[in-house]
Each structure stands twice: as structure tokens, then as C-alpha cells.
Design a protein around this ligand. Structure first.
Ligand code: SF4
Length: 208
């Protein structure tokens, strides 16, 4: 496998190792990096194709994983668009005692209606899930996140987040400090559901 040919699958930053395994997503956030850049930290995250599990593991093999705080499924796309691959790679990482986090938009209940995704992630050994709460209500969510594939995506995202807590996986909510977003209401939602709370940085064009 030639990572140059596929694109950036792994990239280190902030003491973590980040995984970029898909460019597919369930929404079209107006603040998405892909609207104003092709990557982060100097890495181009546009993939020419999705890497196979063995290619991701091969890329992970280039590092001493004990040097990182955690390995994080994130990148320019929704990692849980590839749930089965995420489960398999997580099992591989947990067999090596690596801490695993998934950054997600949280639409897994809609993507996989016949499956208990939070339970499967728990069984695979996922340590933490960071859900992009993004907004304090559905109307603002639909405006900023544009979940083009699903109705009631906001409510489903919160239900999935409750699943995560019920499975005993650490949950974090993140938001961007944008003018339409009521940060304090978002913080209250995090408290109510049992999530840690983080305000993400935003380096894109002005959003009013
Ligand atoms: S969920 Fe993430 S990858 Fe998908 S459109 Fe929103 S910001 Fe972009």
C-alpha cells in the first residue's frame, strides 16, 4: 500500500494519532473544513479511495503507538460511515492496549437502524466518543449542520449519545462558538445527558 496514492490515513498532532478513513458524511455542515480547506495541520485529508482495514493497520504499524495519548477516528468525514471497519481496527488497537476515541456527528442510530451501535462500540473496546452536539436546538442544527440524509437527526444524535452513556463509554459533546449557537444551553444539555463539554476552535470564514 502506498499512502501517497490513497492520501493521508494517519496524522499525529497534540500527542494523539488521528485516523482519516473516509470522506463520506451524513451531513453538510456550513462550518466544515472541507468548505475552506482540504485538511488540517498541513495534511491533505482528501482520500483517492477508502483504505482497507489491512491498509489502515499497515499505516498504524509505522508508529510506536505507546507514544500517543490516544488514537482517534476523525478526519475529513464521518468515521462511523465505516462502522464495521472501525470495530475491527478498534479491536486491533485494544489488543495493543491503545486508548481509542471516536469523533462523530452521532447519526449512528439512523445509519444502522437494526443495530445497537453504542453496544457494539463498547464491546470492541472504544474508550471515548466525542459527539458534535453543535447546537442547542433542532432548528439551529438543521440550519448549520444540514443533515441532508435524515429527518430528526438532532433528536437521534442525542438518543445515540444517551446510548453511549448507558453503555459506560465516556462521552464528550463539542460545539463551535458561532453566533447562532447558545453555548450555555448546549452546556446544560451536556450536563443533562452526562457528557463532558468542549468548545472547538474554528478557523473558517465568518458565519453570522
Ligand atoms: S460532520 Fe464533520 S465531516 Fe461531516 S460535514 Fe460536518 S464537519 Fe464536515
Amino acid at each position: 500500500m502506498n499512502q501517497d496514492e490513497i492520501g493521508t490515513i494517519t496524522y499525529p498532532a497534540h500527542g494523539n494519532l488521528y485516523l482519516n478513513i473516509t470522506n463520506r458524511c451524513t451531513c453538510n455542515c456550513i462550518f466544515c473544513i472541507k468548505n475552506y480547506s482540504d485538511g488540517v495541520y498541513g495534511h491533505n485529508l482528501i482520500l483517492s479511495r477508502e483504505p482497507e482495514v489491512r491498509e489502515v493497520i499497515e499505516a498504524l504499524g509505522n508508529y510506536d503507538l505507546s507514544e500517543f495519548n490516544e488514537v482517534v477516528f476523525t478526519g475529513l468525514g464521518e468515521p462511523l460511515s465505516r462502522l464495521d471497519e472501525v470495530l475491527e481496527i478498534t479491536q486491533w488497537l485494544k489488543a495493543r492496549d491503545v486508548t481509542v476515541r471516536i469523533d462523530t456527528i452521532g447519526h449512528a442510530r439512523l445509519q444502522y437502524p437494526g443495530r445497537n451501535v453504542a453496544h457494539e462500540l463498547k464491546k470492541a473496546g472504544v474508550d471515548e466518543i466525542s459527539v458534535s452536539l453543535n447546537t442547542h436546538d433542532e432548528a439551529t442544527y438543521d440550519e448549520l449542520v444540514q443533515p441532508r440524509m435524515y429527518k430528526n437527526a438532532y433528536g437521534s444524535m442525542k438518543d445515540f449519545s444517551r446510548d453511549v452513556v448507558n453503555e459506560g463509554i465516556k462521552l464528550r459533546f463539542t460545539v463551535l462558538d458561532l453566533p447562532p449557537v447558545d453555548i450555555e444551553k448546549c452546556r446544560e444539555i451536556a450536563d443533562e445527558i452526562g457528557a463532558e463539554f468542549k468548545i472547538r476552535g474554528y478557523g473558517g470564514p465568518v458565519i453570522n
